[in-house]
Design a protein. Structure first.
Length: 414
């Protein structure tokens, strides 16, 4: 069980170095607007505090407040700042100052949950607000005058590299089954090892993932697969039976591990291509991937079919031209991962993509028509034939390309 405390302690000198962002003008103006209504009613919370304690600059700023959502909106408008009701039914308003958005959430307690969403009641108890959060390291608060409020021991766990649920793990999971996937993501980011209690609870409750929307599962999986240490998370997800709830096909864990070894920053669509390959057909819609991510996953698989370790520079240039640079690089990475993580293979193919990229085909349908081919399907056929011949000759200059175009046009019956 998690022990609770109401103690405050000041940031020490070393910690304070990483919280200078709290004085940024947009953030400070939003806080000033809220505390003009009620002093000492605002605290920083969540990832911005957690990451700063680790010496990492936070990506986003989140505030918790005693003010009700309508009071937040009124306070921001009074200060001539923008307010966007991004989640007002759950107490969240986004304050915008100087083009910077800050998420502001009223202290709350969960009244009832169904594993997907919660009915909340607002509270003025900071510890109560902490109890309804997911992990101890996400329930660390910082007052606007530089005092840490750590009601559930999150700092100790953060320093120790532990990701632990607040209170009973199964209770936290049943409030929102997305916390199963978040457990693996945060553990891969911050933990030296997976918390045994949390891991067991995730395994027991894994069936609840089916209650979640495809968009939420897809978004969380994308965040996991983008992590440098994603193979660790994915392996534990498989052992716990969680990965099979996301997608039923057997995963290629070895290929995925090689992929991340070769390119720790490889994006989620390429990770999906490595993890499930052609067995992932249908996963784009199942996880509601964006059109761009779905297209990138498919393009990587298609390009990988054209790429192998023995291909000549000429063959590689042809594959590069057909796939485009991004898909070729993704396909080269995927091909190298499938070959056992051969870095030399990847380096050679990437060098071709970077330094030997072919030019664009110099002609269009207008040039075919100028050679006497009537407008219509014959134009496209002649253009395609000329382009294929140009690729086969390894992208000769414009003069030779013109000869190939004339030949293709002449072969089209008038």
């Amino acid at each position: 069980m998690t022990a609770f405390t109401n103690d405050l302690r000041a940031l020490n000198a070393e910690e304070a170095k990483h919280f200078v962002w709290t004085q940024n003008t947009p953030v400070a103006s939003i806080i000033a607007a809220l505390e003009a209504v009620r002093p000492d009613s605002v605290r920083f919370v969540g990832g911005c505090v957690r990451d700063s304690l680790l010496g990492v600059k936070p990506k986003d700023v989140d505030l918790a407040t005693l003010l009700k959502p309508e009071e937040v909106v009124a306070a921001l408008k009074k200060a001539r700042l923008r307010a966007a009701p991004t989640g007002i039914e759950h107490g969240t308003v986004t304050g915008i100052a100087g083009g910077v958005g800050v998420e502001i959430t009223t202290l709350r307690a969960d009244v009832s949950t169904d594993g997907r969403r919660a009915t909340v009641a607002f509270t003025e108890d900071w510890a109560e607000d902490a109890r309804r959060r997911d992990f101890t390291l996400n329930a660390i608060y910082l007052t606007t005058d530089g005092n840490l409020f750590d009601p559930v021991g999150g700092i100790e766990h953060l320093r120790a590299g532990r990701v632990c649920f607040i209170g009973e793990a199964r209770d936290r999971i049943r409030e929102d089954y997305l916390r199963i996937l978040r457990f693996f993501r945060f553990s891969a980011r911050f933990a030296g090892a997976f918390d045994a209690v949390g891991l067991a609870a995730c395994a027991e409750e894994r069936g609840g993932i089916k209650k979640l929307s495809a968009e939420r599962v897809g978004d969380e999986m994308s965040k996991i697969l983008a992590l440098p240490r994603a193979p660790i998370a994915v392996e534990e997800m498989r052992r716990a039976g969680v990965l099979g709830e996301v997608w039923p096909a057997p995963p290629s864990l070895e290929t995925f591990a090689h992929l991340k070894s070769l390119s720790p920053a490889s994006p989620a669509p390429v990770g999906l291509a490595a993890l499930w390959g052609e067995a992932g057909e249908g996963i784009d819609s199942a996880l509601r991937l964006s059109n761009a991510d779905a297209a990138r996953r498919r393009a990587a698989l298609k390009a990988a079919k054209r790429i192998n370790s023995e291909m000549t520079v000429k063959e590689a240039r042809a594959a590069l031209y057909r796939a485009g640079q991004t898909a070729f690089r993704d396909g080269a990475l995927l091909s190298a991962a499938r070959a056992g993580g051969e870095g030399e293979i990847l380096a050679r193919l990437v060098d071709i993509a970077d330094s030997k990229a072919p030019p664009a085909f110099p002609f269009t349908g207008k040039d075919v028509i100028a050679l006497g081919v009537p407008a219509g399907p014959r134009v496209a056929a002649a253009l395609k034939a000329a382009e294929e011949a140009w690729i086969a000759e390894d992208f000769p200059g414009d003069a030779r390309a013109g000869e190939l175009l004339a030949k293709a046009a002449a072969s089209e019956p008038l």
